[in-house]
Design a protein around this ligand. Sequence first.
Ligand code: XBP
Ligand code: MG
Length: 240
Amino acid sequence: MRLKALIFDVDGTLAETEELHRRAFNETFAELELSREWPDPCGGWQWSVATYGRLLKTTGGKERIAAYLTNDLAIDAVAFSQRVAEIHARKTQRFAALISSGGLDLRPGIARLMQLARQNGLAMAVATTTSGPNVDALCRACFGKSASDVFNVVAAGDDVATKKPAPDVYLLALERLGLDAGTCIALEDSSNGVRAAKSAGLRCIASPSLYSANDDLSAADEIVAEFYAAEPLITRWLPA
Ligand code: XBP
Ligand code: MG
């Protein structure tokens, strides 16, 4: 293998963002008084850690909100998806505000892997389910730069028809990099992410995050407790 690029997932891989996402969802639900609009039989519009852990099986914030609602709503499908998109847009604004208020660190080992990539002329890409503005907010918070100044390529959830575990976002990242899957390594934290990377034909190194601690990551080529341990694995595949 002649390694040319590292492709990073964002949520749970670059940083432990899911608690900020959960908070942004909950603050948005409260602000918009969704419990009046859609009285919810499943436990209300405040997602607990346990509820959110279950809902994370549905990738994508809009899809997650829609999955939480029952199908028998007295609202037509177009109006429903428009309303979900409005709610999610507000959540995205809140997430950006929360992330910019500070306190979010990269996961251990991520900065080192990025340095390794730069030192060895590897391209760096993002392949994520989250939306482009969230990648930018994270990059400004963690690197003080825009996403396009940190990564050669960003492929985000709304750029593709089908989110992870479908391979689409990884295939888009490869297309934008102009590289074959055989020359890249994906870094992931979740079962859905590993399935997406492997379906795209990529090698994948996985490290469980707070919310994916019980995920089955066995489809990954390597599983590491933290991304520090990925450095010697990646070094093996560096061009001579
Ligand atoms: C992460 C996600 C995202 C975030 C929320 O999955 O599923 O939906 O939880 O972001 P992965 P949005 O790390 O596998 O890409 O609300 O912007 O969708
Ligand atoms: Mg992830």
